[in-house]
Design a protein. Structure first.
Lengths: 223, 168
């Protein structure tokens, strides 16, 4: 190599290098390594957390809403069914004639149960029960009508008796009069308690009188 | 991925062995200390990230200088964009009469072709072997030699007066 070449190389080489270049480069490497290490630890931690939380993850808002809608519909349908069934049972028990008959039959079957009867005994025929119910209802109506007619007859008798009694001489004895009135009222269908009080009043107020005697007889008959 | 401790130590050793040389080359290429510093730092950052691609640790020097060269080219592209913007904003005329010898060397180097400058810097300035320069630059040894010869001749022509003026 010539002298000129050596001079040239020296000249080229004569570049001042910063004294802290090595330190800065080493620090840069360490910082980079530290940053990457921290990032890696952070990522690992996040992944670990995510893995741990995954089974406990809440359902999404969409699935929650869907679940709520489904639950609401199920509850609504169940409530409707319950109301319909409950209403039907209540109606059958309290209003339906067949239900009454069923109840009576059930009551009769419990009160007159055959100890040897099988629990799987067949239920009575529905049409027969309905027919029986109609007959019972008709008989009840007939009884009510008879009672009404009898009451009207008693009132008429009482009125007639009063008219006749007013003309009798025994009416001067007020106690007897009261007793006869009480007897008449009794015949007219008044309450026995009221009649009994009237009779007791006659006996108390007019003792040893004909009216008190008659009142005693009526009371004995009432008791 | 983080390099293992052995790779970290390998890079730290490379800093001790080659960082000065890399800085000088970067400075001669860029003619700017700040840019040279930046290129060396980026070179080692690139090396840190790509240390796994280094198959033979004995060739770390040429591997590092290959990264440095790429960083330099990238910085040229970045600088071109910056210079375009700066030129539009505040055009500055280049120094046509440098007085300092180092400045003259820098200017002479800048006048060399790109393919001549790197062999000069690696072999003449940093004392690399022809084989190392050929491997790093990815060209045959004969090409390195011819580019080196032409580059030296041109530099000498530029700096003859200065070299004669400052004899040993």
């Amino acid at each position: 190599m010539s002298h000129e070449d050596q001079k040239l190389d020296e000249l080229l080489r004569s570049v001042e290098v910063p004294s802290d270049l090595h330190a800065r480069l080493r620090a840069q490497l360490l910082e980079q390594a530290s940053t990457v290490s921290n990032n890696r630890l952070q990522l690992e931690s996040q992944i670990s957390d995510a893995v741990q939380l995954q089974p406990k993850e809440k359902p999404s808002k969409q699935s929650q809403n869907r679940l709520q809608r489904q639950t609401w519909w199920i509850m609504a349908i169940a409530a409707s069914l319950l109301m319909v069934v409950g209403g039907a049972v209540w109606w059958k028990t309290n209003h339906s004639p067949a239900g009454k008959i069923d109840s009576e039959i059930a009551f009769m079957s419990t009160t007159r149960v055959d100890p040897n009867a099988s629990p799987t005994q067949e239920a009575p025929d529905r049409s027969a029960i309905e027919e029986l119910d109609r007959q019972i209802t008709a008989q009840k109506m007939l009884l009510l009508e008879l009672e009404r007619q009898e009451m009207e007859q008693r009132i008429e008798v009482a009125k007639h008796e009063l008219v006749k009694l007013q003309a009798k001489p025994q009416l001067s004895d007020s106690s007897l009069t009261l007793a006869v009135v009480a007897e008449t009222a009794l015949k007219a269908g008044a309450s026995p308690q009221v009649i009994r009080e009237d009779l007791e009043f006659v006996i108390e107020r007019f003792p040893n009188s004909a009216g008190a005697n008659m009142a005693g007889q009526i009371l004995a008959a009432l008791n | 991925m983080e390099p293992p401790q052995t790779d970290q130590r390998l890079l730290e050793a490379a800093i001790e062995a080659h960082a000065d040389s890399m800085y000088r080359v970067a400075f001669r290429l860029t003619r700017d200390r700040e840019r040279a510093d930046e290129i060396v730092q980026e070179t080692f950052m690139g090396a840190w990230k790509g240390i796994r691609s280094l198959k033979d640790p004995d060739k770390i020097k040429s591997w590092l200088f290959g990264i440095l060269r790429n960083q330099f080219y990238q910085s040229i592209e970045r600088n071109k964009r910056i210079l375009k913007t700066e030129a539009l904003q505040d055009p500055v005329a280049p120094d046509s009469n440098p007085t300092d010898l180092q400045e003259q060397v820098q200017q002479a180097l800048a006048e060399l072709d790109e393919d001549q400058r790197l062999p000069i810097l690696l072999v003449s300035m940093e004392g690399w072997s022809i084989e190392e320069a050929a491997e790093t630059l990815g060209i045959p040894k004969g090409t390195v030699l011819s580019r080196l010869h032409r580059g030296r001749q041109k530099l000498k022509e530029i700096l003859t007066r200065e070299l004669e003026l400052k004899p040993e």
